[in-house]
Design a protein around this ligand. Structure first.
Ligand code: ADP
Ligand code: MG
Length: 605
């Protein structure tokens, strides 16, 4: 969307400098005010984007207001520039200019060809036509025979004048020649206000076609078949006039009426368009040929500039005010401008292919790829986290197991120590009891010492009492105690633990076998234990401790009831010589116990 660009231009005053007029138009920046004795008069102040005082030439007006439209037309946008104002305000001067001060049309022609020659990548085709609307009839100014041409409209070309001659031109001079020819054919007439008054609206039209040059056709992103077509209208309107002022009559009067009518319609169209979207209603383009032809330029697909020319004299104050009001409305109009391109089927296919390729690149290069990468990274991170979690869980489980095993082992060790202590103490008291019963033998000083301080000593280092070794009925059958030849054959605690699979003796259920009646103590010399005791051999003590330990473990492998039963049985059997065997685990469990060890234990019991 683009607003119509509007500028106001004052022509030099024709009044005498010594005029006694008290009212004057004053320009301050872009504001115009009618002042009475330098005081602005209410209702006569206007503001515009561009105001040109009388000192400024056509070149300035062109550069400020028109050049952008010409450049856009070369790039494929429709463009329109026209001069509007009362008669003799300088419209024709602005559009055509003079030899010294070329107007907008010659400046535009020169500019267009200069730009085209600099644009090497495109080739151009320019067609020129020149027409006038005289008494509401369209005449071809380049071909005198072409008069009263009709206006047609179709989808492809829009609104166009049928049968108008379009000269193909290749340089500015050629165009200027045609312009000159058309000026000669234009209707002028003398009025009181203008010796050469334009009695018609003229439309100088340039159709600019362009496309990329052939050598660029090898580039993938170039569509040589696409042709840009833009229409540039440079319009010099006939001026509104008051019959009283112009003194028109006859033909001039008729002309004047047509001029005024078409300008009035133009004013209505501008007024409607300036009202904005919903309030617009019907736009009366068809009410005049001028507005019909200028339809694309007014509220359509065109960049448009309007130069409102005004006369500064006091006598034209009301016409000037009317022109400024027209300009104020026109500057509110917004157009929708777009490049006009004509595509062949091949060009259309090529363009679609390029667009698809571009979209694919965008899709690959922008969001989807980035999102995919982010997604992949998150998946990897998640997988790593899961692995780490599994590893930690495994480590935790192993630590739990190790801890449990350690606790179990500690518990076992404590139980064993407790068992050992209990067994040692029991054996000690049993021996003491036996000694008392026999009463035939008094303790030696060493033995008395041990008995006295037995409860203070640890079981492992307690010296075994000589009373512990008892004679069994079958003892005499043995020639000697079967002391192991090699201590390595003795099973250690670990072996026993493994053999009994960690089972623990319930000491509460353990019933000590009462001391068996003995016939006679062997002499202290023949008692092996006594001998070792006397020699205070620590190795033997250790051996004894181990044997007791293994014994307790073997007993512990049986359930308490079994132990109790076996022990009870042993109590009733006077000839029982192997208490230990009764307390042994079931055969299947003891099958691996070395027989030598059983023998050792038997001997000690
Ligand atoms: P219009 O076309 O609006 O009826 P013209 O362009 O014919 O009026 O101008 C009327 C007269 O005023 C002409 O003689 C023209 O040379 C002169 N004139 C208009 N504008 C200027 C200007 N800016 N500088 C010099 N002379 C001008
Ligand atoms: Mg004129």
């Amino acid at each position: 969307m683009e607003k119509i660009s509007v500028g106001v231009r004052f022509r030099p005053s024709t009044s005498s400098p010594h005029s006694d007029s008290s009212r004057q138009w004053q320009i301050s920046d872009n504001a115009i005010s009618l002042c009475h004795l330098n005081t602005p008069i209410s209702g006569y102040t206007f503001a515009f984007d561009h105001v040109f005082d009388a000192s400024l030439g056509n070149a300035v007006v062109y550069r400020v207001l028109i050049k952008s439209i010409i450049d856009a037309a070369i790039d494929g946008f429709n463009g329109t520039a026209f001069a509007y104002g009362q008669t003799s305000s300088g419209k024709t001067y602005t559009m055509n200019g003079s030899e010294m001060d070329p107007g907008i049309i010659p400046l535009a022609i020169k500019d267009i060809f200069d730009t085209i020659h600099k644009t090497s990548e495109r080739e151009f085709l320019i067609r020129v036509s020149y027409m006038e609307i005289y008494n509401e009839e369209i005449n071809d100014l380049l071909v005198l025979e072409s008069q009263k041409l009709p206006i047609h409209e179709n989808l492809e070309r829009g609104v166009y004048v049928a049968g108008i001659r379009e000269e193909i031109v290749s340089n500015a001079e050629q165009v200027l020649q045609l312009l000159k020819l058309g000026e000669e054919n234009r209707h002028f007439g003398e009025t009181n206000m203008n010796a050469r008054s334009s009695r018609s609206h003229t439309i100088f039209r340039m159709v600019i076609e362009s496309r990329a040059k052939e050598e660029d056709s090898f580039k993938e992103d170039t569509i040589t078949d696409a042709v840009r077509v833009s229409v540039l209208n440079l319009v010099d309107l006939a001026g509104s006039e008051r019959i009283a002022k112009t003194g028109a009559e006859g033909v001039r009067l008729k002309e004047g009426k047509h001029i005024n009518k078409s300008l009035m319609v133009l004013g209505n169209v501008i007024s409607k368009l300036s009202e904005g979207g919903k309030q617009r209603g019907h736009i009366p383009y068809r009410d005049s040929k001028l507005t019909r032809i200028l339809q694309p330029a007014l509220g359509g697909n065109a960049k448009t500039s309007i130069i409102c020319t005004v006369a500064p004299e006091d006598v034209h104050v009301e016409e000037t005010r009317g022109t400024l009001q027209f300009a104020s409305r026109a500057k509110r109009i917004t157009n929708c401008v777009q490049v006009n391109e004509i595509l062949t089927d091949a060009a259309l296919l090529k363009r679609q292919k390029l667009e698809i390729e571009e979209l694919r690149k965008k899709l690959m290069g922008s969001h989807s790829e980035v999102l995919e990468q982010v997604l992949l990274k998150q998946r990897n991170d998640m997988h790593k986290s899961e692995l780490e979690r599994d590893r930690l869980a495994t480590e935790l489980e192993e630590e739990r197991k190790a801890r449990y095993a350690l606790e179990h082992r500690i518990l076992e060790q404590e139980k064993k120590i407790e068992n050992l202590m209990n067994l040692s103490v029991s054996a000690h008291f049993s021996s003491a009891c036996s000694q008392k019963k026999v009463g035939e033998r008094s303790a030696t000083p060493d033995e008395a010492h041990f008995l006295a301080f037995d409860h203070l000593k640890t079981p492992n280092f307690k010296c075994p009492s000589i009373d512990f070794v008892v004679r069994r009925p079958s003892y005499k059958e043995l020639e000697s105690s079967p002391i192991p030849d090699n201590f390595a054959d003795v099973a250690d605690e670990d072996l026993w633990t493994r053999l009994n699979k960690g089972r623990v003796t319930d000491l509460e259920a353990f019933q000590m076998t009462p001391p068996l009646p003995v016939q006679e103590f062997p002499s202290s010399e023949t008692s092996l234990a006594h001998a070792y005791s006397r020699n205070n051999d620590s190795l033997l003590i250790l051996f004894y401790t181990i044997i007791k330990l293994t014994s307790s473990i073997l007993i512990s492998t049986d359930p308490p009831l079994s132990i109790s039963r076996s022990l009870s049985r042993s109590e009733t059997s006077a000839s029982n010589t192997d208490l230990r065997c009764n307390a042994l685990p079931r055969p299947s469990r003891t099958s691996q116990v070395p027989s030598q060890l059983i023998a050792i234990d038997h001997c000690l019991w």
